[in-house]
Design a protein around this ligand. Structure first.
Ligand code: ZN
Length: 164
């Protein structure tokens, strides 16, 4: 599995913070990371430990999100409600968990406001998700196999890894 960032977040600060968290997740937990750059607005990304691709919101929507049944089960809205507002793809700033078959299993649906956090709907924002994994890997994601978790497991139901 791999963590994917649909870049760039509108606000420079969230963008930089997302990149920092991705580097941390790679360095401290060995989680593979990559970027689909669909709205480039904050300059060159350097020193990133994964692939960076250029893409368009439309292509990413078609490939990753549209009629994605796995995603439909892990987010509250349908993919078209969450990522296509007023008929136009609205994806930049979000992050996704992608499995080995290249299927997006979960994606944040709110890039948040202010500093990228959103109290009350934290489970849907990119930054809250990334910080959860960075600080407490057993909460949202198994760092061994990158399975999604409910947050109260003592071991990973997918791979059996026991959380410290
Ligand atoms: Zn696992």
């Amino acid at each position: 599995m791999i963590l994917r960032y649909y870049a760039d977040a509108d606000v420079r600060e969230w963008h930089d913070h997302t990149l920092r968290l991705f580097r941390t997740l790679y360095d401290t937990h060995g989680i593979a990371v990559e970027i689909d750059r669909i709205d480039e607005q904050h300059g060159t990304i350097t020193d990133f430990p994964g692939e960076i691709r250029s893409s368009t919101p439309g292509d990413v929507y078609e490939r990753d999100l549209k009629r994605n049944r796995a995603l439909n089960q892990t987010i509250e809205q349908t993919p078209s409600e969450a990522f296509k507002r007023y008929g136009k793809p609205d994806i930049a700033g979000n992050v996704a968990v992608v499995d080995d078959e290249e299927t997006v299993q979960w994606a944040s649906t709110l890039s948040g406001y202010a500093n990228g956090y959103r109290p009350g709907v934290a489970s849907q924002t990119a930054m809250d998700f990334l910080e959860d994994i960075a600080t407490d890997p057993s909460n949202r994601l198994c760092v061994e196999c990158l399975s999604l978790l409910d947050g109260d497991e003592t071991f990973c139901p997918e791979c059996g890894y026991e959380f410290p």
